[in-house]
Design a protein around this ligand. Structure first.
Ligand code: ZN
Length: 221
């Protein structure tokens, strides 16, 4: 039956993980409570300095060189279920696995993977490194369980935006491409919608404005 193969149904999702392991053996992400600006700063720092991310780099290589695994388009981790969306599992020894659909280097999947890295850093590493009262030992984050409106989900989304798009580089490329979302998306290897969301996260004052002079689009002086 099709419905039994869909873990987007909470009921099914909670049944089996990793064969004999159960979902309730893992801690769920708890929002870190940082502001959007703080999250953007944290994500940019991790992306640039800690992981050395660049749009032309492979996310798989970055994950693997940091002790993680990326498993694509696999029937795991839900025995008998088809993976419909990405998720991250952190084991007690700190090892993490990101499960995603195929084409992980495509623009859409890169956002999904960066979103899961957001859960890893904001909801697992940060509470442990900054000695929060509640330090998770494990983590299981799956987008289909929490809604996108949950605070921990939007934290992971902001993390993903700032992880994938460097603010200064964005500013330069925005000028170069006259704000064209498709060209910006191609450059940063994200979908145009992600470019738009990133732009919005920076606030209105951030953007250079344009005017039409002699039939040409020009930067407003
Ligand atoms: Zn999530």
């Amino acid at each position: 039956m099709e419905t039994q193969n869909t873990y987007s149904q909470k009921q099914n999702f909670e049944t089996v993980l990793h064969g004999s392991k159960k979902v309730d053996e893992y801690e769920k992400p708890v929002a870190c409570g940082k502001s959007v600006n703080e999250i953007i700063k944290i994500a940019a720092e991790i992306s640039k300095n800690r992981l050395g991310y660049k749009p032309e780099k492979s996310l798989r290589d970055i994950i693997e060189s940091n002790g993680g695994r990326l498993i694509e388009d696999s029937p795991l981790p839900f025995k008998g279920y088809t993976l419909r969306q990405s998720c991250i599992v952190v084991e007690k020894d700190g090892k993490f696995t990101i499960y995603t659909l195929s084409r992980s280097e495509s623009a859409n999947r890169r956002f999904d993977i960066a979103h899961e890295l957001g859960h890893y850093f904001l909801h697992y590493k940060l509470p442990n490194e900054e000695n929060y009262a509640n330090k998770p030992q494990t983590l299981l984050a799956a987008r289909s369980v929490g809604g996108a409106d949950e605070p921990e989900e939007s934290e992971a989304n902001y993390f993903a935006l700032a992880f994938l798009i460097d603010k200064e580089l964005f500013k330069n490329k925005y000028k170069e491409f006259y704000g064209d979302e498709v060209l910006l998306g191609d450059y940063f290897k994200v979908v145009p919608r992600t470019v738009m969301y990133f732009g919005k996260s920076l606030g209105d004052d951030y953007f250079p404005t344009y005017e039409i002079k002699d039939g040409k689009l020009c930067l407003k002086s």
